[in-house]
Design a protein around this ligand. Structure first.
Ligand SMILES: [Zn+2]
Length: 462
């Protein structure tokens, strides 16, 4: 019998930290009664048709069984109606975080009736696992990155959405009628919406795994939209009812201190997508987007969105990818959508390797967890992991990293980012209250932080 390599999130968390793959085998629920066993002699394929929850689950289970060295399946929680929120990791290290290497994610179908992204995720998974041995870019990506794919954040909504419905809201919301992309804590404005199980699951997931880069897949437009989605004015404006009405309809750019990076990330996707790159309006009266990208708030401001939350709370750079003018187009259009998005989906993830990464350690070389980091002039911070790792996507230039941690002296380190390689930056922190001898020694012979260009990682071309 082929064991299903599927584990609960709690187990995954443990696995992700401590347990090797060998220990893992045997975990996971038994196959559902009556479920046909996966047959290794059957071809591994993915059809161009829509997959409901059971079919999606079956495909993910089959993939994790067929490709145990490249994939791991886990659930981050359940929807209102009890459907699993499946995540498949695709990586040459599916069960364990690779120290020093970034974790990235795609989240699709948070609006249940925006169905293209959901199907494209299944095709992406199929493409990655079947190309690993033949495509040098895919191999490099999977050897150096852990890609977590959540094909449906709103499986309940999907079940009531209908193929062919290009517009409207049937299936958009979760089973309690909440819009999940208005359900996250908001930096600019208090969000009083009751937290939903799907949102809570994603919040916990993001808090456990430090994602460097993310794409949220939507439909109903064709554009790559980047933070902020909300605007600072809405907070100042709250006191006046007229003002809040005006604010909710006004659209002005709300730019992050990493605007250059976000524009680059959005452009990476759009410029690798032959139709999105043209930026044409979906229909008359709909907006056109220069080069296929827009700032979220410049399009329309919203409160409680997922991308602002990722960036502000956890330093994860998320871009919202609107992949189809029609939210739920006929399945016969899916081959076209896959061809348009394949290159963009794969190239976007490689951007996690741009910029700076490294480790923060103490004098004894021990990792400093939860150190607070900031690139000077970019006042949205990020933190080290429990291994002392950090990552920040940056364009070529000269920067200063500010590092703070409890019990240590603050530190600033200058570094440079070049186009061809990520910069590896190791920072050693010294205790805030060292003995006098150590302090004077440190003053006389400061230990320089190591700044090197990581020559082992070269961006390959597709
Ligand atoms: Zn949407």
């Amino acid at each position: 019998m082929i064991m299903t390599l599927c584990i609960s999130y709690k187990q995954y968390e443990k696995v992700n930290t401590w347990v090797g793959e060998a220990t893992l085998r045997g975990y996971g629920p038994p196959p559902a009664p009556g479920a046909p066993a996966d047959r290794a002699d059957q071809p591994y394929t993915i059809d161009f048709r829509y997959h409901d929850y059971d079919q999606l689950t079956k495909f993910l289970r089959t993939t994790s069984t067929r490709f145990p060295h490249l994939t791991a399946l886990y659930s981050i929680g359940k929807s209102v109606q009890g459907r699993d929120l499946w995540v498949l990791v695709v990586s040459s290290s599916p069960y364990e975080h690779m120290i020093g290497k970034p974790d990235v994610k795609y989240v699709a179908n948070m609006h249940g009736n925006e169905a293209v992204g959901r199907e494209l995720m299944l095709h992406l998974i199929h493409y990655l696992v079947t190309s690993y041995n033949t495509d040098t870019y895919v191999r490099w990506l999977l050897d150096n990155t852990r890609i977590h794919v959540l094909p449906s954040m709103n499986p309940d909504g999907y079940e009531v959405a209908r193929e062919g419905q290009c517009d409207g809201g049937q299936g958009r919301y979760n089973a309690r009628g909440f819009d999940l992309n208005r359900n996250f804590p908001d930096y600019f404005k208090q969000n009083n919406k009751r937290g939903q199980p799907e949102t809570d699951a994603v919040k916990e997931w993001i808090s456990k795994i430090q994602f460097v880069l993310s794409g949220g897949l939507h439909g109903g437009a064709l554009v790559a939209s980047y933070p902020f989605d909300n605007t600072p004015n809405s907070r100042l404006c709250r006191s006046s009812p007229l003002c809040s009405v005006f604010q909710s309809y006004s659209s002005a750019p709300s730019l992050t201190p990493d605007d250059d990076v976000f524009r680059h990330l959005a452009l990476t996707y759009a410029s690798n997508h032959p139709v999105m790159a043209r930026g044409a309006a979906c229909r008359s009266g709909a907006p056109a987007f220069a080069h296929g990208i827009t700032n979220g708030a410049a399009w329309y401001p919203l409160t409680g969105g997922m991308q602002d939350f990722n960036y502000v709370w956890y330093g994860c750079m998320e871009v919202t990818l609107e992949l189809s003018c029609c939210k739920f187009p006929p399945a016969s259009d899916l081959p076209k959508f896959w061809e348009e998005n394949r290159m963009a989906l794969v190239k976007f993830l490689g951007e996690a390797h741009r910029g700076v990464s490294g480790f923060v350690t103490d004098d004894g070389g021990n990792p400093v967890a939860r150190a607070a980091l900031k690139v000077k002039g970019r006042d949205v911070g990020f933190q080290t992991t429990k291994y002392g790792e950090f990552w920040r996507i940056l364009l070529p230039g000269v920067y200063k990293l500010e590092v703070y941690a409890d019990g240590f002296l603050p530190k600033e380190v200058d570094f440079m980012v070049v186009e061809q390689h990520p910069t590896l930056l190791n920072v050693t922190l010294h205790p805030a209250k060292p003995s006098t001898d150590l302090l004077s020694a440190a003053l006389v012979t400061p230990i320089p932080s190591a700044v090197v260009v990581d020559e082992s990682i070269v961006f390959p071309t597709l």
